[in-house]
Design a protein around this ligand. Structure first.
Ligand SMILES: [Mg+2]
Length: 251
């Protein structure tokens, strides 16, 4: 069976919220090695037009990276799991409340992991990520280091993604960002649809379900709160392209 036929039929009143890595894009050995397929930006452009602008990319990456990767789409976007927001008018919005200072946590982690081969430390500013796709054997050791560091630095929480530990200010997640988007035009009054792939997306599934929306999980690892599943980023991209076509015809 074609996986896309398992997903619900796209509707003209949907607002689209799409995670980037592992959802729209295939996961790469390191975050900087990802490849944006040529068809993706045209697909997202067509879908955004068909949805009257109601499309946003919701990522753990900084918002500027998301926008650079998807040039010339310039999407509305939430970055750093919702800490940063760019609204459809292109305006940037920072965190709504004061963030815990990250300097001590960063130094502590950098020092503890500096000797572990293959581990990539990513300083995103207000959040930190430790990638170990190239150092899978170090997972248990890294978890101990990260948990100890979080215990000593109040206000942060550990988020376990695919071969990555992320540290972000507690209580921030993609669901918060989706709620903020849904309060403004052109999202307001629409049905939110969120596609993600990772544990870090589960908070957002919960929020979107509460809002009466539609949740899609890409890939099939582990339990999820998402209502629908599709097997790969390639299959999701195909479904989005079909959705854009279908909605354009309806318009
Ligand atoms: Mg992802």
């Amino acid at each position: 069976m074609n996986a896309s036929t398992a997903l619900p039929r796209p509707q003209p009143d949907w607002a689209w919220f799409l995670d980037l890595d592992g959802t729209l894009l295939d996961i790469a050995p390191t975050p900087s090695a990802i490849v944006v397929p040529e068809s993706l930006v045209p697909t997202l452009m067509a879908l955004r037009t068909a949805a009257h602008g109601a499309l946003a990319v919701v990522s753990g990456r900084p918002v500027q990276q998301v926008r650079d990767l998807l040039e010339p789409l310039r999407p509305a976007a939430a970055g750093l799991h919702g800490l940063e927001l760019v609204t459809p008018d292109g305006l940037r919005h920072g965190a709504k409340r004061p963030l815990p200072p990250v300097g001590n946590l960063r130094r502590m982690l950098q020092e503890s992991i500096s000797g572990i081969l293959g581990v990539e430390f990513e300083n995103k500013g207000a959040t930190l990520a430790i990638h170990f796709r190239q150092a899978r054997n170090a997972e248990a050791q890294l978890r101990r280091i990260v948990e100890a560091a979080v215990a000593k630095n109040r206000g942060f929480e550990l988020l376990e993604g695919k071969m990555v530990f992320e540290l972000r200010p507690a209580g921030i997640h993609k669901g918060v960002a989706i709620r903020e988007f849904m309060a403004i035009a052109p999202f307001r009054g629409r049905v939110p649809v969120f596609a993600g792939d990772d544990k870090t997306d589960e908070d957002a599934y919960k929020v979107v379900v509460e809002m009466g929306g539609i949740t899609i999980r890409v890939g099939e690892e582990g339990p999820t709160l998402a209502q629908w599943q599709i097997e790969s980023p390639a299959a999701l991209r195909l479904w989005l392209a079909e959705a854009a076509e279908l909605l354009k015809r309806k318009d």
